[in-house]
Design a protein around this ligand. Structure first.
Ligand code: CU
Length: 144
């Protein structure tokens, strides 16, 4: 009788060990899968953080500089630091007009707008309200 109980206890222990190892394996597999999925997600965030933002200031009646350079994929942030409203648009190399923000035609003092550079070439920054002000935006070819 006592032998039978001991045998049963041994089997019980063995069974629990098998279950324990199985659970451990599932946990390891789950963590490996999770880390695989989290790596590309992390890379995406990094890429976003590496986007270059070029600040272009509007000072009173003109842009701060006559000439700006950037690369495709960069962001141009136009900040109205003057005390008057502007309405900046972009002329593409093939003379098409891009209104930076379709909802915000007039950029009142203190307001900034962002535009993502689509391709290389020589763009022009202009203002609908003040045709006299302009700046050149030269976009270089991608390096790779
Ligand atoms: Cu203006």
């Amino acid at each position: 009788m006592k032998m039978k109980i001991l045998e049963l206890e041994r089997l019980n222990k063995l069974f629990f060990n098998v279950v324990h190892i199985s659970i451990l394996n599932i946990v390891i597999a789950a963590s490996v899968i999770t880390s695989f999925y989290s790596i590309p997600l992390h890379a995406e965030v990094q890429k976003e953080a590496e986007t270059k933002i070029h600040k272009v200031y509007l000072l009173h009646h003109d842009f701060e500089f006559d000439f700006y350079t950037a690369s495709p994929g960069d962001i141009i942030e136009i900040i109205n630091q003057s005390d008057i409203s502007h309405s900046v648009y972009i002329e593409t190399p093939d003379e098409k007009i891009i209104n930076i923000d379709e909802k915000l035609y007039v950029q009142t003092p203190g307001v900034s707008v962002r535009w993502k550079v689509p391709e290389s070439g020589e763009f022009l920054l202009r203002c609908w309200i003040h045709p006299v002000i302009h700046a050149t935006l030269l976009i270089s070819e991608p390096i790779d």
